[in-house]
Design a protein around this ligand. Structure first.
Ligand SMILES: *Cc1c(COP(=O)(O)O)cnc(C)c1O
Length: 390
């Protein structure tokens, strides 16, 4: 993958698939399942390492390649592969790199489906996971065994907006010669580049802020070329590829990622500051608020605070549910990182089937409200949340 020549915003717009004979300005969608060969020799060479070219859209196509190249430049990564969903990226990354008997060390606060893979599916293939709490990084080293292959985290976390020290974890992984893999979905490459802190691979659900408009699903893994090669070969054969249409949507979205994320973060900061002074709010979690327990770490590794604000409503479970029912235009939805502000109360909805103990283990207190702050006028968002809190 080529090195970045220009600034982030320029690469986001100017990284583009080669123009076709029509000399289009903006990249077209290559809706084709396969590509043709000139002759028998071309076809033979295309199935060896001699030629890098499009063969079949399960392997590669120009829209996916453009999307991958952009994200590689944004993350400072050597190479990447695009997937149909964020979970396809997570699953394929582990499946390609791990064997029976291998071990994972992971933060307990990871995306729900990732946790389900670790607890329910990977053990079927004799791949087991040990967990640490996000505020117990001093215990991580003691969990690393000779069989440990991957150290895995998300930062900031969902839904508690905890921040993990990536530099500390990157150095720990290097010391023990294990892979450090970071799900960077909440930060986006505009805010945080885990590779700078020692990550070998970075995963994104492109469904969230990368698309940013609640339209398509997508995922991507970028990082060290030799690891991506393994992931590519696994995926080429197992088939979790991103569709050309979704890749086209996502590549277009990345053209505006910087301006969107700037505005998301500005709105989120305004909301977080408002909530900090509210009498029905016990506490507010936002990485760039001085009151955040990991404020210094956040400032060190993030350019902005992100678009997720979490707060603890007075009155716990019952008041949390009331809050959701009183909300007027902000939406109750399972997505995040959308133009539309989304509110959730995990304890009474997404995580209601867990015991209180398990919820607390994952950082979900009974009054925790998560707001994915959108791009509406922030005054309107604050007013909606304010009336629902009163
Ligand atoms: C949404 C999400 C995923 C899964 O992505 P999908 O595109 O929904 O499959 C993984 N990790 C994090 C942190 C997410 O928020």
């Amino acid at each position: 993958m080529s090195e970045s020549k220009y600034h982030f915003e320029t690469e986001a717009i100017r990284t583009q698939a080669e123009r076709s004979s029509f000399l289009e300005h903006s990249s077209p969608i290559y809706v084709t399942s396969s590509y043709v060969f000139e002759d028998a020799e071309d076809m033979r060479a295309s199935f060896t390492e001699e030629k890098q070219r499009n063969i079949y859209s399960r392997f590669s196509n120009p829209n996916c390649t453009e999307f991958v190249e952009k994200v590689c430049k944004m993350e400072g990564a050597e190479s990447g592969f695009a997937f149909a969903t964020g979970m396809a990226a997570v699953f394929s990354t582990f499946a390609a790199l791990l064997s029976s008997g291998d071990h994972i060390v992971s933060a307990r606060s990871v995306f729900g489906s990732t946790h389900t893979l670790f607890t329910k599916y990977f053990p079927k293939w004799n791949i087991n996971t040990s967990y640490f709490k996000v505020n117990e990084l001093d215990k991580v080293e003691s969990l690393i065994k000779p069989e440990t292959k991957i150290l895995y985290v998300e930062s900031p976390t969902n839904p508690g907006v905890e921040v993990l020290d990536l530099d500390f974890l990157g150095k720990l992984a290097a010391k023990h010669n294990i892979l450090f893999v970071v799900d960077n979905c909440f930060a986006t490459p505009y805010i945080q580049n885990p590779i700078k802190f020692g990550a070998h691979l970075v995963i994104h659900s492109a469904t969230k802020l990368m698309d940013g408009q609640g339209r398509v699903l997508g995922g991507i893994t970028v990082g060290r070329a030799d690891l991506i090669r393994e992931i590519y070969l696994f995926s080429r054969n197992s088939g979790p590829a991103l569709s050309p249409f979704n890749a086209w949507v996502l590549s277009k979205s990345l053209e505006t990622l910087a301006v969107r994320v700037e505005k998301h973060c500005e709105n989120a900061t305004r909301l977080a500051e408002y909530l900090e002074g509210h009498s029905n709010v016990l506490s507010v979690k936002y990485p760039f608020l001085k009151s955040h327990p990991k404020y210094e770490v956040a400032k060190k590794q993030m350019k902005l605070g992100g678009n997720i604000v979490a707060f603890e409503i007075k009155g716990g479970l019952e008041k949390g549910r009331d809050f959701l029912n009183k909300i007027l235009f902000c939406t109750l939805s399972a997505n995040l990182g959308d133009t539309r502000t989304i509110v959730t109360h995990p304890a009474s909805t997404t995580h209601s089937s867990l015991s209180e103990e398990d919820r607390l283990e994952a950082g979900i207190t009974s009054g925790l409200i998560r707001v994915s702050v959108g791009l509406e006028a922030v005054e309107d968002v604050i007013e909606d949340i304010s009336q629902a809190l009163s």
